[in-house]
Design a protein around this ligand. Structure first.
Ligand SMILES: Cc1cc2nc3c(=O)[nH]c(=O)nc-3n(C[C@H](O)[C@H](O)[C@H](O)COP(=O)(O)O)c2cc1C
Length: 492
């Protein structure tokens, strides 16, 4: 195990993170209707703070019609600062730096979350997703106002005591929309070619940095999150992204944060290209960009994943979903412990997970007790001694046409000896195969755990159920036969 993960890092602004691990920004949908921080949010973040170098607080919308989700965190009015301050303090008091992500959803701001307002974007082009609303094109004055919204949001973050902001230029939101040739078809100074499309992200970064300077916020962290490519045609290519980053690097932000589902992934535009995007990044970065810390994210579950990411070239890692189910992710990693990747169904309160997030986490939740009981039950069934009252017993299965097919099953005191079917009516080839193959497999394996024949699922199941019925009539335990392992295939 290398110890680099737990080495401190000094960022461009002079701010020092005590280790290389950050909690990734994750929207938990637990804010008040107007975006104000709730106690639930404070509890959730406090519970995960302390050991990580920094906690990146979820995306906060900077303009009132820019929400991407119900329950999203807002950063639109000064009255929100008081509760934002409680949130920042809760994180910092535990010992982690607090960074607030700032964004506007642009054309992804669905009217139902924004008082029915039509979304806005660089150009009137709807996103490629079902029910996407065509946005209204922003006028030059709207663009100036939007930059001011990012400035004001930065000031509020500073007043609330955050150690920094992360400009959300990723995940298809407004800043990315300005950079994208899919959503930006403008022909004024904000669009038309690659250079012009990079102007809005650059203007936002400048405004944020200037505000930090104006507020005399010392060592204030300014990070930038980006999505490296888009699948749309036309869409952002990796080369476009490198142009943008090399340009933004001249402004010397504290970090760039590449938003991906897996830190080690390759291009989504060119599936034939096997070079990782990280490798491309290191090859195409300018000298200025090489000086700026790069955060990798996506699929980091164990300490070994984080170490592999640093080894591959990232300076920092961000951990997302694993932090939801293991709030002490950093402590566990430091102790070299295996980190669980699921939450127990009874742990919601213990993990301080607000209800809407718990719903989103559905795929990560297990009922551990029920799983254990099931396991014990299956184990017990597998140990049941199989016996029958010898004789021939009758049952029935359902034919493919819904007709009843009588079955006769003959048992010795420990075995299924014969299965006879009246299959005269079944002329269908697949059904015939069910009636020939399955009885053979049941008798050969002395088990009801046999493979269903595809194309004849219902008939297969009904035959197995019929034999199970006969087993019960013969005093046997059909459940035990259903879980009895299949005979191992003998390869000759
Ligand atoms: C519930 C949830 C909410 C998220 N919200 C945000 C967000 O507000 N801003 C953002 O940039 N990414 C967001 N993400 C993406 C994560 O930051 C991260 O990039 C992604 O989950 C991959 O990392 P992981 O595999 O460690 O989870 C969210 C992810 C999840 C699971």
């Amino acid at each position: 195990m290398s110890n680099k993960l737990f080495e401190e890092i000094k960022l461009e602004s002079g701010s020092i993170l005590k280790n290389r691990i950050m909690m990734a920004p994750m929207t938990i949908q637990a804010a008040y209707f107007d975006g104000t921080v709730t106690q639930k949010m404070i509890d959730y973040y406090a519970h995960r703070s302390g050991e990580a170098g920094a906690i990146i607080v979820e995306s906060s919308f900077v303009e009132d019609k820019g929400r991407g989700f119900a329950g999203a965190l807002g950063n639109t009015k000064d009255s929100q600062v008081k509760e934002l301050r409680k949130l920042a303090s809760a994180i910092k008091e535990k010992g982690s730096k607090a960074i607030l992500q700032i964004y506007h959803a642009g054309r992804m701001a669905a009217p139902e979350f924004n008082g029915g307002a039509a979304p806005i974007s660089a150009s009137p082009v709807a996103a490629l997703r079902p029910d996407a609303v065509t946005p209204r094109q922003m006028m030059p004055v709207d663009i100036d106002n939007m930059i001011q919204c990012f400035t004001d949001a930065t000031r509020r973050a500073i007043e609330a005591g955050f150690d920094g902001v992360e400009i959300h230029g990723a995940n298809t939101y407004l800043i990315q929309q300005f950079f994208s040739p899919h959503s930006n078809r403008r022909e004024d100074k904000w669009g038309g070619n690659l250079e012009a499309r990079a102007k809005f992200p650059e203007a936002v970064m400048r405004a944020v940095q200037e505000e930090a300077k104006k507020q005399q916020a010392e060592q204030f962290i300014v990070g930038y999150r980006f999505s490296p490519e888009e699948i749309e045609e036309p869409g952002i290519t990796f080369e476009d992204t490198m142009y943008l980053l090399n340009r933004l690097a001249k402004l010397k932000p504290d970090y760039f944060h590449i938003s991906m589902g897996n830190w080690n992934r390759t291009s989504i535009r060119d599936k034939e290209d096997s070079q990782t995007l990280l490798k491309k990044y290191t090859e195409q970065q300018s000298e200025e960009l090489a000086q700026i810390a790069l955060i990798g994210v996506g699929g980091i579950g164990q300490r070994s994943d984080a170490e592999a990411a640093l080894e591959a070239g990232y300076d920092l890692v961000a951990v997302g979903k694993a932090f939801l189910v293991e709030p002490n992710w950093v402590g566990k990693a430091a102790a070299g412990k295996e980190i669980k990747n699921f939450a127990d169904i009874n742990e919601q309160d213990l993990l301080h997970v607000p209800e809407p997030l718990w719903d989103v986490m559905d795929f990560m939740i297990r009922d551990v007790q029920a799983d254990e009981e099931k396991y014990e039950y299956l184990k017990a069934l597998q140990n049941v001694k199989i016996t029958f009252n010898p004789g021939t017993y009758e049952a029935s299965a359902e034919g493919h046409d819904g007709s009843d097919i009588p079955i006769k099953v003959t048992f010795s005191d420990t075995k299924i000896v014969a299965i006879e079917l009246d299959k005269q009516e079944q002329t269908d080839a697949v059904a015939t195969s069910v009636f020939k193959r399955l009885p053979e497999e049941i008798i050969d394996g002395q088990t009801l755990q046999v493979d269903i024949i595809s194309g004849a699922t219902v008939t297969s199941r009904s035959l197995i159920d019929g034999v199970a019925d006969a087993v019960e009539k013969a005093g046997g335990n059909s459940d035990a036969l259903r879980v009895r392992p299949k005979a191992a295939v003998q390869w000759s």
